[in-house]
Design a protein around this ligand. Structure first.
Ligand code: SR1
Ligand code: MG
Length: 389
């Protein structure tokens, strides 16, 4: 039949055809699309006992429409990433019930009982006690398993080949890792940030450091990444009395530098902290970066004795983790900057009233630049904490 764009009314029939839903008299569907890229529908039975999510990639960027075409093959990357994570951290992602490559659609667990982390933080809530540690563990498990430490060489070469994702990588190379530093129609910012936006574009040293990070993003195939691990890609809540953390939306997944995943999370944590500082509600924000690094490092070190290639010795692990740390700091800086003067801003800052938004954005932009320029000198979470408060 070929690829068809699903509308709300198509979902009952679609789920039935695919063998996910029997009773067509007992299904209600609503569209809950929220991210920049795709459509999401939730289907549920009247008593709520049964529910599913359907996520479909459109042939364009959802928020831009057909004027920004984008291959729906990105859903293949997402399905592939979920398969890899399911091997090593099934409790940290939504359950995937099926993938339909013809329609670029995933049928998944309905997570509407959980909350998007960004939404919660914007509403002034605290982090769950295990949230950031769990995100760090997620990165460690996925990256170790898909690195040359966790996977035999030939198998990994096949994974690298299968995970090449040129269009999605190009989005990141553009909107995160170059456009904010040049004149570009995608860029926009609050008028009271004109001076800083111009200063950043004119800063040759900053541009060279961003070029270095951009090149690492383009060439360093350390492990399979989530690829867009911001606080809008994490859902949290409680089920059966226990804390639940689910990382979702890995459509930007490809084999790249591990620091890109950690750095994105850190940037978003730091922006959330800036919001909280502006509102005077900072609570537990300052601890989150350290907790996620600790979760990552502890888990990576725990897995190290199981490495498939023991030519990599313990001294190399220390060197490797240091490289991941430093690149994470730099990538965090680039994510902060693009979220304020590039494309795709964050509600953490944009929903602050002007008199709070401008100083918070200025401070955060400057922090982003510090992280990029001084990443080699910032040796541990404590040194970042000092900068951020
Ligand atoms: C055109 S896409 C802009 C951003 O949305 C996604 O969530 C990624 O963060 C991407 O950079
Ligand atoms: Mg997304």
């Amino acid at each position: 039949m070929g690829y068809r764009i699903l509308e709300t009314d198509d979902i009952p029939g679609y789920l039935h055809e695919r063998g996910h839903w029997e009773d067509l008299d007992d299904i209600a569907v609503r569209e809950v699309s929220d991210g920049n890229m795709n459509r999401v529908f939730l289907a549920s039975s009247a008593d709520g006992a049964r529910s599913l999510a359907v996520k479909q990639a459109l042939p364009w960027v959802r928020v831009a429409g057909p004027s920004w075409p984008m291959s729906p093959d990105r859903a293949d990357a997402e399905a592939r990433a979920y398969l890899q994570v399911a091997r090593v951290a099934p409790d940290k992602i939504p359950a995937v019930h099926g993938y339909d490559p013809e329609n670029h659609a995933l049928v998944m667990e309905d997570m509407s009982d959980l909350e998007v982390l960004r939404t919660l933080l914007n509403d002034g809530a605290s982090y769950g006690s295990g949230t950031s540690r769990s995100v760090g563990e997620f990165v460690a498990r996925l990256s170790f398993a898909t690195s040359d430490f966790g996977m035999p060489s030939a198998e990994r070469k096949a994974l690298i080949a299968a995970s090449v994702s040129p269009e999605l990588c190009k989005i990141t190379e553009d909107v995160v890792l170059s456009e904010p530093y040049v004149e570009h129609e995608h860029n926009h910012w609050h008028p009271q940030l004109d001076d800083l936006a111009a200063e950043f574009r004119a800063d040759a040293r900053l541009r060279t450091e961003v070029a270095d990070l951009r090149h690492a993003f383009m060439t360093s195939g350390q492990a399979l990444l989530h690829g867009d691990l911001h606080t809008g890609s994490v859902m949290v809540g409680r089920r059966d009395g226990a804390e639940v953390v689910r990382v979702f939306d890995p459509e930007f997944s490809f084999v790249g530098p591990i620091g890109y995943d950690l750095g994105l999370y850190w940037a978003n944590v730091l922006v959330a902290e800036a919001r909280a500082q502006a509102l005077g509600t900072d609570g537990d924000h300052a601890d989150q970066l350290a907790l996620s690094w600790e979760g990552f490092e502890t888990e990576f070190r725990r897995l190290w004795p199981s490495r498939v290639d023991t030519f990599f010795d313990d001294a190399y692990l220390t060197r490797f983790l240091h490289r991941v740390w430093t690149e994470s700091v730099g990538f965090a800086g680039t994510e902060i900057i693009r979220r304020i003067i590039g494309f795709a801003h964050l509600t953490d800052l944009t929903t602050l009233p002007d008199p709070l938004q401008v100083p918070a954005s200025r401070r955060t932009l400057l922090l982003g630049r510090e992280l990029i320029l001084h990443r080699e000198d910032l040796k541990n979470p404590e040194s970042l904490r000092t900068l951020a408060v």
